[in-house]
Design a protein around this ligand. Sequence first.
Ligand code: SF4
Length: 281
Amino acid sequence: MATDVIESLSPRLIAVAEKRGCAYDAWIFTNGYLLSQEVVDLLGRCRIGHVHIPLDGIRENNDAMRRLVGGGPTFDRIVENLALLKPPIKTLIRGNTHKGNVAQLDELKELVTKRARETGNRLDFYAASLVDTSSRDDPNEQMAAYAFDGIEVSLRLEARHVPVGKDHSCVAQNLWMVAIDDEGYLYKCGGKLCGQPKFAYGTAHSWDPALPLATASNPDMLSRFLNTGTPEPGDACYECEWLPMCGGGCPQLRLFGKHKCPPYRAEPERLVLAIHARKHR
Ligand code: SF4
């Protein structure tokens, strides 16, 4: 965890908010593996009130996807570390869901709920369907065989924001949301682009949020994402009856020519039947 990066950028973000009389809060997205009391103290100093941790299933399922560089497991240590995240920190566990682990979703949610009871910490859970797990060497490619369309997952109350436009804005859609990798590069996407400097728009060291375009090392990358956060004027999405729910899809995929409609557009009957089944469960 790049604690020096967080310590470097947070005061500048807080200063911009205070100068404008705005409330300030920050999230950190972390795998949770290296959490320690020292790191938790730093979160307090940097006014990071929310911690977001992904899990890809229970134990072996998670460890098959989220393993150490040398291949070691991570699940047990991450779950153990949840005890460190004392109130007022709020922690959101994202259950990354795909065909291979969807059967474990309820069990994973129960495990998180149990851990919240044990620790007295605020640990919430939501499920999110993975749409892309292609490798880092294969940037921005759609996965094929592993894709999970997510209809069932997006119907879960916890996943109400999975259709991107519904009750949700992502990093791409808001200038003040910043995804930072462990080397301090800044991105407008917290997904797989994060960690690939060629998609970065600046660095934590030199970017000044008070002068966002002037201090971006790659201002075009920043403005391209902001301009793609919602469909462009004339886009076919504005004629689409699903727009209020879908929001036009993932900005990152649209920007790089991989635009994809959510599966329920092609299968509305399946969506309606799934909602019906859920309501009468
Ligand atoms: S379903 Fe497809 S066409 Fe309709 S708003 Fe979403 S992305 Fe646009």
